[in-house]
Design a protein around this ligand. Structure first.
Ligand code: SF4
Length: 390
């Protein structure tokens, strides 16, 4: 049985300490003289109230506990996605100084090539040298839903340990889910502690006024198995873990178990910690588009990541027409009739929604499993302007 600690409590310090105690204390991984590397999610250096970044109190407990367990050095590191340090980053720098730790902007340090055995896609990746030179690696993500991966918790947090150009490259070739598994295989953390003080939806930097999906949860999770931690995290946010491709791949690559019968949640009972259905990429996009809607019938993240294309590319060029993008394996004719309005044009996305003899679906079709995102706008232009592209 794999154990994942879940603690719901308003005080962040006490909650973090309790979660560590439940899994046997930080001493299980930190010993005398160890150099400890802690990777918080500090994406964009966003303000703490957005829920985008790990709360300072969580980091304070982890640093103190590491020193109490005998660590000789504690490093806190992240490859920044911000152009210059924000107030949040300055708070981290001050905290590190006060506690005798060091805060590292990893882009100012070397990255080292690491071979990946049995990768999903990348047989070589680059990781931060200070991380690789450390004895203990503690992965400290937040508890968020995400525009490409479905959730960003334990496994996705690896993305902050690579060179900025690699981040851009994996995004540009649309292989983020593959990359995070191979990065995790290259250097797996020894301990995962999730700061779920808030949950939010991550899609990149945005103004404070746009954070309508941030909610206070007062949760902390801790564990050693990234697949189990991400599975419990997804379930707490009402996201079906089997729709997350990267999590399936992680299990296939023996990074851990997503089998709920093999995971024991200790601490706060799951039902008490359960948030309900968090805003996912479909909800986020549907709340912001004027001409487009997505109907999701159980799609996996392969098709769900098309939502970003709908928001950023398709919706602005839709003219005065209304479009509904349909995806997922559970769609059928009856359901579609129920949900589609007379003035909407249907675009079926991916082979799961393919028009077949069995499902009798009608509409324009974008093939693929998953379809390439840009094929959505190609199809849309074809419908709007009638220029057929072979
Ligand atoms: S078509 Fe492929 S990518 Fe899309 S929902 Fe189905 S299985 Fe997932």
């Amino acid at each position: 049985m794999v154990r994942v600690a879940v603690v719901k409590y308003p005080d962040i310090r006490q909650r973090t300490k309790k979660a560590l105690d439940l899994i046997g204390g930080i001493e299980r991984v930190v010993g005398k003289g160890d150099r400890v590397f802690i990777k918080p999610n500090l994406v964009d250096g966003a303000p703490f109230v957005t829920g985008e970044v790990v709360q300072l109190e969580t980091m304070e407990v982890l640093v103190q506990e590491s020193f109490n367990a005998g660590a000789s050095e504690v490093l806190i590191g992240e490859t920044p996605t911000y152009k210059k340090p924000t107030d949040t980053i300055r708070s981290y720098e001050r905290l590190a100084e006060r506690l005798g730790a060091r805060f590292l902007d990893l882009s100012e340090h070397p990255y080292v090539k690491v071979k990946v055995e049995d990768p999903v896609l990348f047989d070589e990746v680059k990781l931060s040298k200070p991380l690789l030179d450390s004895d203990v690696f503690i992965d400290v993500p937040t508890l968020k839903t995400h525009c490409q991966c479905g959730i960003t918790v334990a496994i996705k947090n690896m993305y902050g340990l690579i060179p900025p150009e690699d981040r851009r490259y994996y995004h540009a070739i649309d292989r983020v889910e593959e990359a995070i598994i191979d990065l995790y295989k290259a250097r797996s953390p020894d301990l995962i502690l999730v700061d779920g003080t808030y949950t939010t939806f991550h899609i990149g930097p945005r103004p404070l006024t746009d954070f309508k999906e941030t909610f206070r949860l007062d949760l902390t999770l801790a564990g050693f198995d990234p697949v189990a931690v991400d599975t419990v995290s997804a379930r707490l946010l009402g996201i079906e873990p089997s729709t997350l491709r990267f999590l399936r791949w992680a299990e296939e690559k023996d990074l851990g178990t997503g089998n709920i019968d093999e995971i024991e949640v200790i601490g706060t009972p799951f039902e008490e910690a359960y948030y309900g259905k968090a805003v996912d990429m479909v909800d986020f996009v549907n709340a912001r588009t004027r001409h487009s809607r997505i109907l999701n019938f159980g799609a996996c993240t392969g098709c769900l990541r098309l939502a970003v294309e709908v928001l950023r590319v398709c919706d602005p060029i839709s003219r005065d027409r209304k479009f509904v993008y349909v995806m997922g394996p559970n769609v059928n004719e009856e359901e579609l009739r129920k949900h589609v309005k007379p003035d909407e044009t249907v675009i079926l996305c991916g082979y799961c929604a393919a028009p077949t003899f069995y499902n009798n679906l009608e509409g324009h079709f974008v093939p693929g499993c998953p379809p390439e995102p840009e094929m959505l706008s190609v199809k849309l232009k074809e419908i709007l302007y009638g220029n057929h592209i072979d």
